[in-house]
Design a protein around this ligand. Structure first.
Ligand SMILES: [Fe+2]
Ligand SMILES: [Fe+2]
Length: 170
């Protein structure tokens, strides 16, 4: 049985999947209202994982990162970079193909969320409250200028973090 933290984060995956599906329900058209809810939601979700979940696991493991952390962070960087330009059908397809591999790494047995649940112990309620109140974000709007060209020297993950925080880079 899933613990409460797994449950909270896995349900967020389901909610975001449904929004992305709704945004492309009509072939050839992207419903921008659904897409923009999805976009805000996935940025918040990634922030929860980057700013709350992964640091908490590192702390509980005495400074050792979760084995999956680097892999997940690379995926997060790729996801965020796809949220920079205005959406197209191929961007939505690419996002889906990333989620098809990424979400199971978090949800499956032995995945990130099970590790989170198993380590949280007496901090479970505190972490749940942190997730529910969520990191405060300023959402950068989409731009036709790819952020890569503005920040050519920065690694993808750092560019993604800057984008989540709406910063311009170094
Ligand atoms: Fe993730
Ligand atoms: Fe996730």
């Amino acid at each position: 049985m899933r613990g409460v933290l797994s449950e909270y984060l896995s349900k967020d995956h389901d909610r975001l999947d449904a929004l992305l599906t709704r945004s492309t329900a009509t072939p050839g058209i992207i419903d921008m209202e659904s897409y923009s809810q999805f976009r805000k939601g996935i940025l918040r979700h990634i922030s929860m994982e980057e700013k709350i979940v992964l640091p908490a696991i590192t702390r509980w493991q005495g400074g050792r990162k979760a084995a999956l952390a680097e892999r997940l962070r690379l995926d997060h960087g790729a996801i965020v970079s796809l949220l920079v330009p205005p959406p197209t059908e191929s961007i939505v397809l690419t996002l889906r193909s990333i989620f098809a591999v990424h979400n199971p790494l978090e949800e499956q047995k032995g995945g990130l969320y099970e590790l989170l649940d198993s380590m949280a112990g007496t901090e479970t309620e505190k972490v749940l409250r942190e997730l529910q109140s969520g990191p405060r974000l300023r959402y950068c709007p989409t731009t036709r200028n790819p952020m890569q060209s503005k920040q050519p020297g920065l690694p993808l993950r750092e560019r993604a973090t800057n984008f989540i925080n709406c910063r311009r880079g170094r």
